[in-house]
Design a protein around this ligand. Structure first.
Ligand code: FNR
Length: 388
């Protein structure tokens, strides 16, 4: 029976023939290579975060104060990483978090398609952002048999919101992820210091420019007058959502509704009471608000509040051991963000797929060594907070 950890054997086997991996297997080396290779404006947008980036650093650092205790004399020779999520049976609990500048992470400008191809190659579901360089239909078409989710940045124009969701349903996405924390952009010094906001330069707006409702509101098509189309986008991006909007959001789709950005247990309870099918615990990788506690430290309370409702998690996941810790703390599925974007930047779909395979391999091997052959076993083992 093949295991994700077999990727390690493939790497060592190639090493015997003098072949080393094209990309590093660890995050620190990957990030260093990627930031050296990316154009400065893309690098700053992807690597940077809010304020002095304390929250962003804390997200990743906080995994260091959670630890797991191995169990011995358990047969871990066959591992089953599969999970049930929102009616889907998935082979493992990893997914690719939505990243609105995937499109410009690859030199050809088609990074969304490359991310979708990485999903097809690895079986890691991709959450496609509203902000993309290729239309959501084409992105869905590149995912092969791997299920995808559509992440909605809710526009102020409710007809446009409905149109985007209807398109996502028609394209075969399996759920709608509504991001709650980004109706306004957080204070991002790296981008401010260079006056760079990709969307204002017309990047990653294809889902808007290809939308019939968006186009109908323009005097001239975006191809003829891109500046007017960008102004139109500025006017509609970022509807302020409150709990009063939940019936409307719920009415937009029969697909599972996943609310992204929930870090407080009361918000998790309220979301579920009002019809959310899943909670997505995330602080947007520290890109939206600085000064917060690490997302992984919010996770246990959110999981407790969510009860039987699935909890997706991201923010600071850099390795397979981070994934297993998040699962041990109750996450149903775990999202990878910046690491796969760096993979895209260095080697397109193959680079992102390599990053995902490394994370899956490390998680699988950790489960083998620690005597956790299944995800329920990981959860039963739990993780302990390490006193400093
Ligand atoms: C994001 N994130 C994000 N989230 C979202 O819901 N829609 C989006 O379009 C984007 N865009 C985006 C761009 C970039 C460059 C980054 C790095 C992140 C947030 C993303 O889904 C996820 O929450 C974070 O990436 C998690 O943090 P780490 O683990 O990547 O640090």
């Amino acid at each position: 029976m093949p295991h994700y950890g077999d990727y390690q054997n493939a790497i060592y086997g190639a090493g015997l023939a003098g072949v080393v991996p094209r990309l590093p297997v660890d995050f620190a080396t990957l990030e260093a290579r990627a930031v050296a290779a990316m154009p400065a404006s893309v690098r700053d947008y992807v690597q940077g975060g809010c304020g002095d980036e304390t929250t962003q650093a804390r997200n990743a650092g906080a995994f260091g104060h959670w630890g797991m205790v191995p169990r011995m004399m358990v047969d871990g020779s066959r591992r089953d990483l599969s999970i049930d999520l929102l009616g889907l049976r998935l082979p493992h609990p990893l997914f690719m978090a939505p990243i609105g500048v995937n499109g410009i992470c690859t030199p050809d400008g088609h990074g969304d398609l490359a991310a979708a191809r990485a999903a097809a190659e690895t079986g890691v579901p991709f959450m496609a952002s509203t902000l993309a360089n290729d239309p959501l239909e084409a992105v869905a078409g590149a995912m092969g048999d791997t299920p995808g989710f559509f992440q909605l940045y809710t526009p102020k124009d409710v007809e446009l919101a409905a149109s985007l969701v209807t398109r996502a349903e028609a394209a075969g996405y399996k759920g709608i992820v509504v991001t709650l924390d980004t109706w306004v952009t957080g204070w991002r010094p790296r981008d401010l210091n260079t006056g760079n906001f990709p969307q204002l330069r017309g990047a990653v707006l294809t889902n808007y420019f290809s939308d019939p409702v968006f186009r109908a509101a323009l005097a001239a098509p975006p191809e003829a007058d891109p500046a007017a189309a960008i102004r139109q986008w500025m006017g509609t991006f970022g509807k302020v959502l409150t709990w009063d909007d939940m019936p409307w959001l719920r009415s937009l789709t029969r697909l599972p509704l996943i609310l992204k950005g929930i870090c407080h247990p009361d918000d998790a309870r309220r979301a579920i009471d009002l019809g959310a099918d899943a909670i997505y615990c995330s602080n947007h990788g520290g890109r939206q608000a600085n000064g917060g506690i690490a997302a992984i430290d919010c996770l246990p309370d959110v999981v407790a509040a969510a009860g039987d409702t699935p909890v997706l998690f991201d923010s600071g996941v850099r390795s397979g051991s981070d994934v297993v810790k998040a699962l041990a703390l109750g996450a149903t599925a775990v999202g990878v963000g910046r690491p796969y974007a760096y993979g895209l930047a260095l080697d397109g779909a193959a680079g992102a797929a390599h990053v995902l395979r490394c994370i899956l391999a490390e998680a699988d091997l950790l489960m083998a060594v620690n005597g956790y052959p299944t995800i329920p076993a990981v959860r039963a083992a739990g993780a302990q907070r390490i006193a400093r």
